[in-house]
Ligand binder design. Structure first.
Ligand SMILES: *[C@@H]1O[C@H](CO)[C@@H](O)[C@H](O)[C@H]1NC(C)=O
Ligand SMILES: *[C@@H]1O[C@H](CO)[C@@H](O)[C@H](O)[C@H]1NC(C)=O
Ligand SMILES: *[C@@H]1O[C@H](CO)[C@@H](O)[C@H](O)[C@H]1NC(C)=O
Ligand SMILES: *[C@@H]1O[C@H](CO)[C@@H](O)[C@H](O)[C@H]1NC(C)=O
Ligand SMILES: *[C@@H]1O[C@H](CO)[C@@H](O)[C@H](O)[C@H]1NC(C)=O
Ligand SMILES: *[C@@H]1O[C@H](CO)[C@@H](O)[C@H](O)[C@H]1NC(C)=O
Ligand SMILES: *[C@@H]1O[C@H](CO)[C@@H](O)[C@H](O)[C@H]1NC(C)=O
Ligand SMILES: *[C@@H]1O[C@H](CO)[C@@H](O)[C@H](O)[C@H]1NC(C)=O
Ligand SMILES: *[C@@H]1O[C@H](CO)[C@@H](O)[C@H](O)[C@H]1NC(C)=O
Ligand SMILES: *[C@@H]1O[C@H](CO)[C@@H](O)[C@H](O)[C@H]1NC(C)=O
Ligand SMILES: *[C@@H]1O[C@H](CO)[C@@H](O)[C@H](O)[C@H]1NC(C)=O
Length: 447
């Protein structure tokens, strides 16, 4: 009986479709067939993400599929993030003409992103990061409503297609960590809505186009680990929206001047700036101090000459409170020329900001900067002395620490963590020792 019912329904459906009265049609065959061929191009589906993609369910109820409310049988969203899918992306995806969002992030799709994607003119977000796609289709430029394009961490080769410059609504462009080549296309400087761009580790050479100053809504700029040369165009320092600027590990040179011709420092929203491992020279501009929200800055492995702006450490330490007090204290203990978070204390031969003199610092100053009590500061200093992070003497009477040496190493967060563990072990041991000494010689401890 149910079989007959199904058959009747099927006949009704076919009849209705052929009779061209779409109001009564439950399904658009175009979308269903396109999804079936999408599934057909998947070789492995280890978590059974596509098990629900069968005839007992309407395709709008298949896992990862969402349909339009107005055009009920039209697929608007395909979201199969982190499903371990292995396969290629079927060119028939281009038939899902109502698609607005495609998310296939963190799977193992290989082969090209098919040119047919260019037929999806309603597409707003294409999230394909962390796959093995091999080519950026030029045809993508036809997706004129695209706002978000992420192809980070794929196996893309070839140049960045200049055609991408016509995606006028693009706000986020991620092409980082790919085996690309060539230069940054000038056409990308036409992307006037761009807010985030990652071209990290893309094997790019050539200069950062001066026309970048046209991108006046940039917030996140990641150009690190390439072979970029020339100077940073001064127009880049005129884009007040920038909060993250990374050009590390390139071949950039010249002095860094935040003087953009206007009277005020423009980068007022700057939070993180990474210039390390380039060939920058000259002084660190004091105007950087006007970026009051600065959290992290790394200028190491360059040819900058001192002195470092005096109050910079103060800024970075106030911000780095969540990263770890020890790191912050270490930063403060560095001579003024070396006060940074993300401690870019750098191997000393590469570092222009070599410790130059012994310093005596009031514990109260450290306490103020780290928002710790003087007792806590003293305690952390003792720990740091014990594991040889610093050399010096704590003068409890004067309430100062005299520092003669500070561990000149780059400390990553994981290193800081392991240091902290070591320190905690040490403290436990000391505590135990103290207790036993206390039991034996109470007078001594009391003194
Ligand atoms: C299904 O979608 C295609 C492509 O947009 C369209 O040409 C066709 O008329 C639709 N069919 C029905 C029955 O709605
Ligand atoms: C997608 O559309 C093309 C062109 O209209 C057509 O030839 C092809 O058969 C369609 N694919 C599917 C799976 O229906
Ligand atoms: C079809 O999908 C439904 C929903 O996930 C599932 O319960 C059913 O077992 C599937 N049928 C087949 C034949 O795989
Ligand atoms: C990526 O997908 C795998 C499943 O294939 C999952 O275990 C992992 O957590 C995902 N990674 C992220 C960062 O989402
Ligand atoms: C990328 O994919 C690999 C393999 O599925 C997974 O182990 C890793 O967690 C993924 N990373 C991200 C950032 O999604
Ligand atoms: C490329 O995009 C155009 C415009 O949307 C479309 O007409 C053409 O069919 C696409 N090319 C392929 C190979 O699908
Ligand atoms: C990157 O591309 C170059 C050619 O452009 C090729 O020689 C090299 O093997 C590729 N590397 C990887 C990791 O795919
Ligand atoms: C940028 O856009 C303008 C106006 O739309 C156009 O004339 C110019 O050719 C574009 N530049 C590039 C490099 O694509
Ligand atoms: C930079 O270019 C040199 C050759 O000019 C090459 O040996 C090197 O691998 C390139 N580095 C990167 C990160 O692309
Ligand atoms: C920076 O902007 C100001 C005004 O907004 C302008 O006068 C100046 O020429 C610009 N400088 C650069 C290098 O673009
Ligand atoms: C930085 O701010 C101070 C006021 O806080 C101002 O006097 C100075 O001109 C600013 N410097 C730059 C380069 O904008």
């Amino acid at each position: 009986m149910p079989k007959r019912l199904a058959l009747l329904l099927y006949i009704a459906l076919v009849w209705c479709c052929f009779n061209n009265t779409p109001t009564y049609c439950l399904a658009n065959e175009t979308d269903r067939l396109a999804l079936i061929s999408f599934k057909g191009s998947i070789d492995q589906d280890p978590f059974g993400a596509l098990n629900s993609w069968n005839d007992s369910l309407h395709y709008c109820d298949w896992e990862g599929i969402a349909c339009s409310r107005r055009h009920r049988d039209r697929v608007t969203e395909l979201n199969l993030r982190s499903q371990g899918l292995v396969g290629s992306l079927s060119p028939h995806i281009g038939n899902l003409s109502f698609l607005r969002i495609i998310v296939l992030q963190n799977n193992s799709f290989h082969g090209p992103v098919p040119q047919e994607i260019g037929r999806l003119f309603r597409l707003r977000a294409l999230e394909l990061s962390n796959n093995s796609f091999g080519q950026i289709p030029k045809n993508l430029s036809s997706c004129s409503n695209l706002e978000y394009l992420n192809l980070i961490d794929n196996h893309l080769t070839g140049n960045i297609p200049g055609e991408l410059g016509s995606l006028a609504k693009l706000e986020a462009l991620g092409l980082g960590i790919n085996n690309l080549s060539g230069t940054i296309p000038l056409s990308l400087m036409n992307l006037s809505s761009l807010s985030k761009v990652s071209l990290l580790e893309c094997n790019l050479h050539g200069e950062i186009p001066a026309e970048i100053n046209r991108l006046q809504t940039l917030r996140f700029v990641q150009l690190g680990n390439n072979n970029l040369s020339g100077k940073i165009p001064s127009g880049l320092f005129n884009i007040s929206t920038i909060s993250y600027l990374d050009v590390d590990s390139n071949k950039l040179h010249g002095s860094i001047s935040f003087d953009t011709g206007s009277s005020t420092f423009a980068l007022t929203n700057l939070q993180r700036i990474y210039l390390y491992s380039n060939q920058f020279a000259g002084m660190i501009p004091t105007s950087l101090l006007n970026a009051t929200g600065l959290e992290e800055i790394d200028l190491s492995k360059n040819s900058f000459t001192g002195p470092m702006p005096k109050d910079l450490g103060k800024i970075s330490c106030l911000q780095s409170i969540n990263v770890g007090k020890i790191k912050c204290i270490l930063a403060i203990l560095q001579p003024v020329s070396q006060p940074f978070d993300q401690i870019m204390l750098g191997p000393s031969h590469l570092d222009p900001f070599r410790p130059s003199e012994d310093r005596t610092i009031p514990l109260s100053v450290i306490a103020e900067r780290t928002k710790l009590t003087v007792e806590d500061v003293e305690y952390l200093l003792m720990k740091s002395l014990s594991v040889h992070l610093i050399e010096g003497i704590i003068d409890q009477v004067e309430g100062t620490v005299h520092v003669s040496w500070v561990q000149p190493r780059v400390l990553g967060i994981s290193q800081i963590k392991s240091l902290r563990d070591r320190l905690d072990n040490w403290v436990d041991k000391v505590h135990t020792a103290l207790l036993s000494v206390e039991a034996e010689t109470p007078d001594l401890v009391a003194a």
